[in-house]
Write a protein that binds this ligand. Structure first.
Ligand SMILES: Cc1cc2nc3c(=O)[nH]c(=O)nc-3n(C[C@H](O)[C@H](O)[C@H](O)COP(=O)(O)OP(=O)(O)OC[C@H]3O[C@@H](n4cnc5c(N)ncnc54)[C@H](O)[C@@H]3O)c2cc1C
Length: 326
C-alpha cells in the first residue's frame, strides 16, 4: 500500500490518548510525503473503535481481529501486525510510544531486519525522505535520525509531541483482516491487567495548572505556591521529587510516570524541565516558567519565562493577581 500506517492502541474499547497524537503525526507525515495514510486497530470486538477511526482523514482503516488478540500479548500482536504489514507493505509504521509499544514494537521491527526509531519528538521531510528527531541526554541534545535499509521503517512518537486535537476528520473504509494465529504461538499467559486506582484529582481537565518543583526547597514552603494556584483558580501540580517526598499526593504528579496534561496555561515554578516532566506538560497552550537558572531546560519550552527567585516572584504575582481580580 506504500503509505504511512499508524498503529492505534485501545483497551476494552477505550483509546489510549497517545494514539490520537500519533494519528495527527501520521496524517501530517503522509501529507508532507505525498503518501496515503492508514490506521490499524488490533483486538477482538473492535467494531466500535474501528467505526470511530473510520471518521478520520485516512485512506482506510484496518481492523485486525482474532479471539487470541482479545488480551494483549507481545507474541500475538507481533505476529498479527507482521502478517498485516507483509500483505499491505506500508513505507513507514508509526506507533504511540506507550508501555505496550515498548514491549512489542522493537521485536516487530526486527522481523523486517529493521530497528524502531523510538520516542521521536518530531520529523521533517527533506527531499521526500523523513528525518526523525530523538532527544538525547535528558533532552539536552536533539539527534536527527535518517531511515536506512529497505522499507518498511518503524518509529514511535513521544507523548505530547503532537496534539490530539489536530487529527483531521474524514471518511475511511474499514478493511477487515483476520491473522493466522494459534494458541501455541503465544508464550505468555496474560493475567488481569493492572488497574490504576481512581484519582481524586483530575489534572487533565484543568484549564490552569500551577506546578511546583524542587526549587520550593521544603514542604513548609508549599503554601506559597498553593496561594498562587488559589488566586488564579488553578489546580496545584508538582514534579516527581515533590510527590516522592510526600509533600503533595502522587495524583498531582505531572510527567512520564504521572499525569499528562494540556491546560490553557501551565505555570512551572522551580521546575528544571527534565524530559520526564516535559512529556507530561508540553502540550499546554501557554507555558510560563519561573526559575532562578536562566539555562534551565524549562525555558526551551516556555512561552514566557521569569528568571529569578520564586520566593520573591510568587508572592508579588499573588498580590498582582488579587489586585487585578479586585
Ligand atoms: C523513569 C523516570 C520517570 C520519571 N518520571 C517523572 C515524572 O513523571 N515527573 C517528573 O517531574 N519527573 C520525573 N522523573 C524525574 C526527572 O528526571 C527529574 O528528576 C525531575 O523532574 C526534577 O524535578 P524538579 O524539576 O522539581 O527538580 P530539579 O531538577 O532539582 O530542579 C529544581 C529547579 O528549581 C530551580 N530553583 C531552585 N531554587 C529556586 C528558587 N529559589 N527560585 C526559582 N527557581 C529555583 C533550580 O534552578 C532548578 O532548575 C522521572 C525520572 C525517571 C528516571
Amino acid at each position: 500500500m506504500s503509505g504511512i500506517l499508524v498503529v492505534m492502541e485501545q483497551r476494552e474499547g477505550s483509546w489510549h490518548r497517545m494514539s490520537w497524537e500519533t494519528l495527527a503525526a501520521g496524517q501530517r507525515l503522509a501529507a508532507q510525503m505525498g503518501l496515503k495514510g492508514y490506521a490499524v486497530v488490533v483486538g477482538q470486538g473492535i467494531g466500535g473503535v474501528a467505526q470511530e477511526l473510520a471518521r478520520k482523514k485516512l485512506d482506510h482503516v484496518h481492523a485486525v481481529e482474532h479471539a487470541l488478540l482479545a488480551t494483549y500479548t507481545a507474541d500475538g500482536f507481533t505476529a498479527a501486525l507482521e502478517q498485516l504489514i507483509r500483505k499491505f507493505n506500508p513505507s513507514i509504521v508509526l506507533f504511540p510510544h506507550t508501555y505496550q509499544v515498548r514491549d512489542f514494537a522493537p521485536k516487530l521491527a526486527t522481523r523486517f531486519n529493521q530497528v524502531l526509531v523510538s520516542d521521536s519528538v518530531g520529523f521533517r521531510v527533506v527531499e521526500g525522505a523523513p528525518i526523525f528527531v530523538r532527544q538525547l541526554f535528558q533532552g539536552k541534545l536533539n539527534a536527527d535520525v535518517r531511515l536506512g535499509g529497505a522499507e518498511p521503517h518503524f518509529a514511535s512518537i513521544q507523548a505530547g509531541a503532537f496534539r490530539a486535537d489536530q487529527v483531521e476528520d474524514g471518511a475511511a473504509e474499514i478493511v477487515q483482516f483476520a491473522p493466522q494465529l494459534s494458541a501455541d504461538m503465544l508464550r505468555a499467559k496474560p493475567l488481569e491487567p493492572f488497574r490504576e486506582s481512581a484519582r481524586a484529582v483530575d489534572l487533565t481537565s484543568a484549564d490552569i495548572i500551577v506546578s511546583v518543583g524542587r526549587g520550593i526547597k521544603e514542604k513548609d514552603n508549599i503554601p506559597i505556591v498553593e496561594e498562587l494556584a488559589k488566586a488564579l483558580g488553578a489546580e496545584l501540580a508538582a514534579s516527581r521529587p515533590i510527590c516522592d517526598s510526600g509533600w503533595l499526593p502522587m495524583e498531582r504528579q505531572v510527567g512520564s510516570s504521572g499525569q499528562t496534561v494540556s491546560p490553557k496555561m501551565y505555570m512551572a515554578v522551580g521546575i528544571s524541565g527534565a524530559i520526564q516532566h516535559l512529556v507530561g506538560m508540553k502540550g499546554a497552550k501557554t507555558i510560563v516558567a519561573i526559575n532562578k537558572d536562566a539555562n534551565a531546560p524549562i525555558f526551551e519550552v516556555a512561552d514566557y519565562g521569569i528568571v529569578g527567585d520564586l520566593f520573591e516572584i510568587v508572592p508579588a504575582l499573588v498580590e498582582e493577581v488579587k489586585k487585578a481580580k479586585g
